[in-house]
Design a protein around this ligand. Structure first.
Ligand code: ADP
Ligand code: MG
Length: 222
């Protein structure tokens, strides 16, 4: 479970990027965070990942206060999370396989097991046939799927995706969110920051509306 208590974040005075955000996300929930540009979506996701520290407030993940844990434990904590950035951040001089294998190498999974899991994950995103290509030779949508495969290969409990369908055509965006949805059905908590209203309307179980850093609305469907 992810619990945020009265989170405030200020980068520069006098603006608040997050303003008294209190929120509880249960295991296995599928969440969209939406709102106009500058409303705090990215800040909220980065706060959960502990990439940025809030100015005030508390965050508990599975009961652990992530703002108080020691640095060494932050890495352990982050390994339970999969992240998809808007700009993918792939290694372009390494193969698709290598890119997806990284989170497993970091935790010392054996070579055979890495092969098995990377292949299985690439099958899920339907990219196993391009396993030995360099990302630069793939289409934009395919690169996005590599980023998603990398985020989920480690079976993370929590998946955070910031505008994962930005710049994709609607069909591909649909496909990507369907994929996240399948992953969430297998038990992961999925939180997607997006301003794509049509997509959200179609897929949103839970929708959180932000405006100027404040929660201005919540919807729960299904
Ligand atoms: P969104 O993802 O919804 O577009 P952000 O979380 O990126 O919103 O930004 C929320 C607010 O915080 C905006 O006003 C933005 O200009 C400001 N902001 C974000 N990152 C920084 C930063 N590193 N330094 C200063 N201001 C920032
Ligand atoms: Mg953003």
């Amino acid at each position: 479970m992810i619990e945020l208590f009265h989170i405030w974040k200020q980068y520069q005075k006098p603006y608040w990027a997050l303003s008294d955000v209190t929120l509880q996300i249960n295991d296995g929930d599928f969440y969209f965070i939406t709102g106009p540009s500058g409303s705090g979506k990215t800040t909220l996701l980065k706060t959960i990942f502990r990439e940025i520290l809030p100015t005030e407030g508390q965050i508990l993940i599975n009961g652990i206060n992530i703002l108080k844990v020691r640095d060494s434990r932050i890495y352990t904590l982050r390994r339970t999370m999969g992240l998809v950035f808007q700009d993918f951040r792939l290694m372009f001089h390494r193969t698709v396989f290598d890119n997806v294998a990284v989170p497993l190498q970091v935790i010392g999974v054996g070579r055979k097991e890495i092969r098995r899991r990377v292949f299985a994950t690439l099958q899920k995103v339907n990219l196993h046939q391009k396993m030995w290509e360099l990302p630069g030779r793939l289409s934009y949508g395919e690169q996005q799927r590599v980023a998603i495969a990398r985020a989920v290969v480690n079976n993370p409990e929590i998946i955070l995706a910031d505008e994962p369908t930005g710049n994709l055509d609607p069909e591909l965006a649909f496909e990507i969110i369907t994929l996240f949805k399948e992953i969430s059905k297998q038990g992961a908590t999925v939180i997607i920051g997006s301003h794509d209203r049509e997509l959200i309307r179609h897929f949103g179980d839970n929708i959180l509306f932000l405006q100027k850093g404040k929660i201005v609305g919540k919807e729960a469907h299904r």
